[in-house]
Design a protein around this ligand. Structure first.
Ligand code: 1HN
Length: 338
């Protein structure tokens, strides 16, 4: 191999902490986005025994959270599910309390088998009935308690990888002994639970939704009524009731219903998506991967990969969480239908 003419110059520049753009151009300005990961699926039948083991082997009083985080090996040793996002399942035994804390990352809980559990967010008691979404927006205090007689397990998602990439994570632990944290009612959540009504004289100045709990029953009713969208699925978007925007400035949530025998059109979006199967079963073609899924499985649709979804054996409902508002806020969002 012949030595390039500028080799001495490049070495001298590097020693001076300067990089020559002509040598790095393709690396720092790729012609299109290239997700590090391919689609991946975590099956509920594989997760559930681990949740049972974690419940038996790890005391909730000894840990911050008894959460099992779904991690894609494409991110090496990093705790990442797909670019910017993590997904997890948290398990609580009857009587367990997950200590209050707060952080700058945005997170959500989606109740899969959580009946009997309650999440308290900034002094508001949020029930976790089947299909309920509970927001834990940036710097809102949150803790969880299982007040029922059965083990509870729910789905969590958060943008911790994004916040860490920005070196912007703050975390504040709460205290375990503080009973007042748990002894609250619905509180101000009642101001936001009546669709289409707003109490005058009550302000809200944060950019996230003032409403923290979105009941699953309402989502299912809206999916029944909603029209089929351009891509072939029905979509119910969870919104901030004050402005109709995403529930948090850096996380977007929606519920999607796929009709049996009607595959969606291929679509690629420049956002990272994590899909939780709420009900039904089906198949998705995502890039070169085909994933077959059923209730409570979790799969990813990495950014900028063609994806189409199909319900098998009846309709199927998916809960989808994405980092879309981040991409939109930076004028980076692209969405294409095939
Ligand atoms: C977290 O803070 C919670 O607050 C749940 O309930 C799951 C998974 C990874 C990192 C932080 C919570 C989590 C988590």
């Amino acid at each position: 191999m012949t030595r390039r003419a500028d080799a001495d110059l490049i070495a001298a520049l590097e020693a001076a902490r300067i990089h020559p753009l002509w040598d790095r151009y393709k690396k720092i300005t790729p012609v299109h986005p290239d997700a590090p990961d391919k689609a991946a699926i975590w099956r509920w039948r594989e997760i559930e025994p681990f949740a049972a083991r974690a419940a038996a082997e790890v005391g909730v009083e000894d840990v911050e959270r008894r959460a099992l985080i779904l991690c894609h090996p494409a991110f090496g040793a990093e705790t990442v599910t797909t670019t910017n996002l993590i997904a997890a399942f948290t398990v609580l035994e009857p009587g367990d309390r997950a200590v209050p804390h707060r952080h700058t990352a945005s997170a959500i809980r989606f109740a899969t088998r959580a009946e009997g559990a309650v999440t308290i967010v900034n002094g508001r008691r949020c029930a976790m009935l089947d299909g309920d979404l509970v927001l834990t927006p940036p710097m809102c205090w949150h803790g969880h308690i299982n007040e029922g007689a059965e083990r509870t397990i729910w789905f969590d998602a958060a943008n911790i990888p994004l916040v860490n990439a920005l070196h912007a994570n703050f975390f504040e632990p709460g205290s375990r002994g503080e009973n007042a944290f748990w002894e609250v009612g619905e509180g101000d959540e009642r101001l936001w639970q009546e669709t289409g009504l707003r109490a005058e004289g009550h302000g809200h100045d944060a950019s996230h939704s003032p409403r923290y709990r979105y009941p699953g029953a309402a989502t299912r009713r809206l999916l029944d009524a909603a029209p089929v969208g351009e891509d072939g699925a029905k979509t119910a978007r969870y919104v901030n009731p004050l402005d109709g925007g995403p529930v948090m400035p850096s996380l977007d949530c929606c519920a999607r219903r796929l009709a049996a025998g009607e595959p969606t059109r291929p679509r690629r979006s420049l956002c990272s998506q994590i899909c939780l199967v709420m009900s039904g079963s089906g198949r998705s073609e995502i890039g070169e991967e085909t994933v077959e899924w059923s209730r409570h499985d979790v799969f990813t649709v990495p950014q900028w990969i063609w994806a189409r979804h199909e319900a098998l054996d009846g309709d199927a409902d998916l809960f989808v969480v994405s980092d879309r508002p981040v991409r939109e806020g930076l004028d980076l969002m692209r969405d294409e239908l095939g």
